[in-house]
Design a protein around this ligand. Structure first.
Ligand code: CA
Length: 223
């Protein structure tokens, strides 16, 4: 899951980024409304966390403009204002949910999970491909009866593959959804991670699940 945080207070923005990254989300930060709008319009995010009082373009305008441009990425508004009217205006502008600052990080995570479970993406918590199972809530991976230990990035990569089981995923699609904007991506980064993943989930077993589609990319399951 890749999340955009639009928040002008650097301290808050950076602590949200850090916290979400610990939960395996890929996170980009924009510190102004314009920057946020540009990123949200050009990059592919699964969720946007949006402050309301921002320099250049306020959160309500940003959200309204996104919806006008047919960008329907779920938006969670983060606002210091607790008044009913701000919440109503936010939701009317096309936002999906709001959270009043100060909030606990636990609550933010719960809302993020809830929004990612919305029908648009319909994210299941337990993913299965053949005898491989990924529990995205407990960060638990098994194949048959064997438990498999993955690094955070391997887990994110496998989750993305499994959420799109049977589909061919291009390398740049994989990079977009698994790594954030500032990550150091080398031309062979995806290959390296796929290889590591195969060593853990495929090599010790009889039938490989990850397939390379020459010239296109990778897919898991559904030969
Ligand atoms: Ca602000």
């Amino acid at each position: 899951m890749r999340i955009l945080v639009v928040e002008d207070e650097h301290r808050i923005a950076n602590s949200i980024k850090k916290g979400l990254e610990l939960e395996n989300y890929a996170v980009d930060v924009a510190y102004t409304g314009n920057e946020g709008f540009d990123l949200a319009s050009t990059e592919d995010y699964d969720l946007i966390l949006l402050d309301l009082l921002l320099p250049e373009m306020d959160g309500i305008t940003l959200c309204t403009n996104l919806r006008k441009n047919k960008i329907h990425t779920p938006v969670l508004i983060l606002t210091a204002k607790g008044q009913i009217q701000d919440k109503v205006t936010g939701l009317d502008s096309g936002a999906d949910d709001y959270l009043t600052k100060p909030f606990s990080f636990e609550e933010l995570l719960a809302r993020v999970r809830a929004l990612s479970r919305r029908p648009k993406t319909a994210l299941a918590e337990i993913l299965n491909v053949g005898d491989l199972q990924l529990n995205t809530r407990l960060y638990h991976t098994t194949r048959g009866a064997k438990q498999i230990r993955l690094t955070k990035k391997e887990f994110s990569l496998l989750e993305y593959l499994m959420r799109n089981a049977g589909k061919i995923l291009k390398k740049d699609q994989i990079v977009t959804h698994v790594w954030d904007y500032d990550a150091d991506i080398l031309p062979n980064t995806v290959e390296v991670y796929i290889k590591n993943l195969r060593n853990k989930i495929d090599v010790p077993f009889k039938n490989p699940l990850i397939h390379t589609v020459r010239g296109f990319g990778y897919k898991i399951g559904g030969i």
